[in-house]
Design a protein around this ligand. Sequence first.
Ligand SMILES: [Zn+2]
Ligand SMILES: [Zn+2]
Length: 140
Amino acid sequence: MTEASKRTGSCLCGAVRMTETNSSNKVGACHCGMCRKWGGGPFMEIDCGTDVSFEGEDQITIYDSSSWAERGFCRKCGSHLFYRLKESKQHMIPVGLFDDQEHLVFENQVFIDKKPSFYSFSNKTNELTEAEIFEMYGSP
Ligand SMILES: [Zn+2]
Ligand SMILES: [Zn+2]
């Protein structure tokens, strides 16, 4: 693994820093009701897989948001740090945390049928409804 294929980021206050090596440049957005409650709007994230490491881990508070996933945030500044699947330990990290915002592609929107009507992204992306997601991944 070379330096170039690492992606680094931090929370707003800098107490928590993360490094991930998956290096996908694909950005997804989730419009589900839980994500919108959590962040006040759609959750825009990079699927960073399981190879994610944190500095300042003692500053991370974990919220047990469902039977299948948990959500981490910085206890100092409140920045959202990840949505993590409990079983696979797969991390979806908010795209805005990363230091480098270049070369990213907005590729997927999920729970598109849960999106409220007052906003829409004009980007051309793949879109999945709740029913299509549960068909692909099984009901949670
Ligand atoms: Zn912070
Ligand atoms: Zn969601």
